[in-house]
Design a protein around this ligand. Structure first.
Ligand code: GTP
Ligand code: MG
Length: 366
């Protein structure tokens, strides 16, 4: 999963490690003054800004870059424990450019790439203290925090939401053709079962021939009830029937499938709006495939405007080397990734965890 992106980030990290030097090695006497000053203070009240001023005083003249008003003192300084590290501005710019290329070529959205770059830069540029074990941690942590920051949006935890909500919980799945909506519904039915929750599937895909049979096969394999109607029926009423079935039979969750549609198809998008209006689902999950990259991000935006989405299921992550959609989609849409689909089996569904994904991306040694 996301191997290409992981390799690129690994290269970036190695180059970054090389570019970070311990301040002692620097010929700039002011750097030594910073270090001396830092060492003389206790860990709690070291103030990097004051340290820098002291460094200027010690050097007897202002830093050239500060005089030019760039606000960037020529070197990015970071403190690791009681040692100071620097990256010169040119190296840092080169590194950030390398990071930018790594992200963009992995199909990370432009705005999200900029955000990650800015955060890494802010984190590595001097006025900050990093109480880290090693200089390697300095770069990894900067990148780690930047990635987690863009991946985490305010959201909800699916499992606890469903456990705590009034029953039946109605979940509707939307998205373009063939991305894995029906398969994800089957996987989620299995997951709910494992958590002691019953579910009924509803085939709101009354559009595609063969859709009934497909979902019925899943239902049979999982021993689940499924509500279907003949092709061409109103999908809203199929899902509505399933809600009534759930209410009458104390079923915990209704999983409403919908036909795949292009966001450019007005009629079908109106149909989705109708489902939202009439059924009023508790959750609408947008499903798309990780391999679609920036297209998935764009489609999430479009679907959200027709039938507001609460979260994203990103399928086929197992087949995606780039990771661009996974990195970008939450930051762009403001909606959390709820699950990652990681294969064709019923158990190939992972609850999404930003920290875990980033740790995986930054795993050492590929
Ligand atoms: N490798 C992999 N394949 C998946 C995953 N999820 C779904 N698929 C496969 O993707 C194909 C399409 O899945 P469906 O569930 O039929 O997709 P859909 O969105 O319901 O398609 P339509 O109903 O035609 O819009 C199937 O062959 C699935 O087995 C996944 O996480 N990983
Ligand atoms: Mg389907």
């Amino acid at each position: 999963m996301f191997d290409g992106l992981r390799d690129k980030l690994d290269e970036f990290r190695e180059d970054a490690d090389e570019a970070v030097e311990e301040a002692e090695d620097s010929e700039d006497s002011s750097e030594e003054a910073v270090e001396a000053d830092v060492q003389s203070e206790s860990a709690d009240d070291v103030d990097a800004e004051a340290a820098e001023e002291a460094a200027e005083d010690a050097a007897g003249e202002p830093e050239p870059d500060e005089a030019s008003g760039s606000g960037f003192a020529g070197k990015a300084r970071s403190l690791v424990g009681d040692r100071a590290f620097v990256i010169d501005e040119e190296s840092l710019d080169g590194l950030l450019e390398e990071l930018e290329i790594a992200l963009l070529s992995s199909d990370v959205e432009v705005e999200v790439t900029r955000e990650i770059k800015d955060r890494v830069r802010d984190s590595l540029v001097g006025e900050k203290k990093h109480w880290r074990e090693s200089k390697e941690d300095l770069v990894v942590d900067a990148l780690h925090d930047a990635l987690v920051d863009v991946l985490e949006v305010d959201g909800f935890d699916f499992d606890s939401y469903v456990q705590d909500a009034e029953k039946p919980v109605v979940v509707v799945f939307t998205g373009v053709n063939g991305v894995g909506k029906t398969t994800s519904i089957a996987k989620i039915a299995e997951r709910l079962e494992n958590q002691g929750l019953s579910s009924v599937m509803a085939n709101g895909d009354t559009y595609r021939a063969g859709a009934n049979q497909q979902i019925q096969e899943h239902a049979e394999a999982l021993d689940k009830k499924v509500i279907v109607r003949e092709q061409g029926s109103d999908p809203t009423s199929v899902i509505y029937d399933a809600v009534e079935h759930a209410e009458a039979n104390d079923v915990d969750v209704v999983l409403g499938d919908t036909a795949g549609r292009l966001h450019t198809s007005d009629d079908l998008m109106k149909q989705l709006e109708k489902i939202e209006r009439v059924v009023e689902p508790d959750l609408t999950l947008f499903v798309d495939e990780a391999v679609a990259g920036q297209d998935a991000v764009e489609r999430a935006r479009e679907f959200d405007s027709a039938a507001e989405i609460d979260g994203v299921v990103l399928t086929k992550a197992d087949a995606d080397a780039q990771g661009g959609a996974a990195i970008s989609i939450s930051h762009v849409t403001g909606k959390p990734i709820v699950f990652l689909g990681t294969g064709q089996g019923y158990s190939d569904l992972e609850e999404f965890d930003a920290e875990e994904l980033v740790d995986r991306l930054l795993e050492r040694g590929g």
